[in-house]
Design a protein around this ligand. Structure first.
Ligand code: UDP
Ligand code: MG
Length: 358
């Protein structure tokens, strides 16, 4: 079994060689390769990994023309990784390579995804911990309840899971969300997050905020639909107020002429405008969801089924040509059987056999 380790790199010159040493030490029992995705570094990172790759063929390098962002670098890594299992981890050694063998063991037990969960964060500021806690709390409520707290992008994927993730081609992406969205079998493994081995975080507060917004907006159209609720409430308030004014007019004589009709109409009409806006928002939201072109469903296993003759577009079918259940077989066998219907319009939504290296 070949294990590919995908590492997004943005100005990490200080830690790269140390990282390769630690991987080498930790993975002696395994057949592995490491794929560095240089995300437009402006320091010596690219030179360092290029030189290292000359003497060690297990080191592979993919370099972007400019900085496209962490999530894009992970995407490219998963697109190019050839392993039977793929790990994504930080370049800064916050994710300890020493737990990789344990993660691989879990994968061999039949899990498609192994997610280390940070039970303790060494060397992170109070600010980072609090904002992270708030972020996970908000995400679970707004986007997806299944998003586990304190699980980051450090993850191990089976070949099947990688194939499924490749079928997402949306631009503003939140990888963790996509992984959870797939709903494949997942194991979590507690670990202590280490301090950075060198350099500084590449997520300053503003970038973190933008990232949080991408995460929320790519999984929830709630903000677009909010004005429907506001409109409905305001209209209701207008009508209730109308009854109150009618009561004042007919039962008492405390009414100022002309004022009530203006206030009531104002409430009702503003409410209706907001309601209409919310409806437009709902169509925009549906359009937005369509434009992401996600798979309509993910098939994990099937029994007594034969392969359909027609091509299936926009679906992730993670079962083999014989449609046998592969979920409980060894990952590399599962990988050989796996096939994914890719929704990519350029491929005409055809069934595309996976890129298997061996
Ligand atoms: N990274 C990247 N592109 C970016 C920002 C970060 O490739 O625009 C990489 C970075 O080199 C690191 C990983 O993504 O390997 C995570 O970034 P960082 O460790 O700074 O985030 P933190 O762990 O502080 O949240
Ligand atoms: Mg980090």
């Amino acid at each position: 079994m070949l294990l590919s380790i995908v590492i997004p790199v943005f100005n990490e010159a200080q830690t790269l060689l140390l990282l390769v040493d630690r991987l080498d030490e930790a993975l002696q029992e395994l057949n592995w390769e490491v794929l560095f995705v240089n995300d437009g570094s402006t320091d010596a990172s690219l030179e360092i990994i290029r030189v290292a790759a000359q003497t060690d063929k297990r080191i592979k390098v993919l370099s972007f023309s400019r900085n496209f962002g962490h999530q894009a670098a992970i995407t490219a890594g998963l697109d190019f990784a050839q392993g039977d299992a793929v790990v994504v981890m930080d370049a800064d050694l916050q994710d300890p390579p020493e737990i990789l063998p344990q993660m691989v063991d879990l994968l061999l037990e039949g899990y498609d995804i192994v997610s280390p969960q940070r039970v303790f964060r060494h060397g992170e500021t109070m600010f980072k911990r609090w904002t992270a806690a708030l972020f996970y709390w908000l995400m679970a409520r707004l986007a997806d309840r299944r998003l586990a707290p304190d699980v980051g992008d450090f993850r191990l994927f089976s070949r099947r899971a990688v194939l499924a993730i490749r079928s997402f081609r949306e631009q503003h992406r939140f990888m963790r969300g996509l992984v959870v969205w797939l709903g494949l079998r997942e194991a979590t493994l507690p670990f202590e997050r280490q301090p950075r081995a060198g350099g500084e975080t590449k997520y300053p507060p503003l970038k973190m905020l933008r990232f949080a917004w991408t995460a929320i907006s790519s999984f929830s159209a709630l903000p677009l639909r909010l004005s429907t609720a506001a409109g409905a409430m305001l209209s209701c308030a207008g009508f209730i107020y109308l009854f109150y004014v009618l009561y004042l007019a007919f039962r008492t004589n405390q009414l100022v002429p002309g004022w009530a009709s203006v206030v009531v109409l104002q409430c009702i009409f503003s409410g209706m405008i907001l309601l209409a806006l919310g409806m437009v928002g709902d169509y925009v939201a549906r359009n937005y969801e369509e434009s992401k072109g996600r798979p309509l469903y993910v098939v994990n296993s099937a029994v007594n089924m034969s392969q359909p003759e027609h091509t299936i577009a926009r679906a992730s079918i993670l079962i083999g040509p014989d449609f046998g259940d592969v979920s409980d077989r060894e990952p590399d066998k599962a990988a050989r059987l796996a096939i994914v219907a890719v929704l990519d319009p350029q491929l005409g939504g055809k069934l595309v056999p996976p890129l298997i290296s061996r």
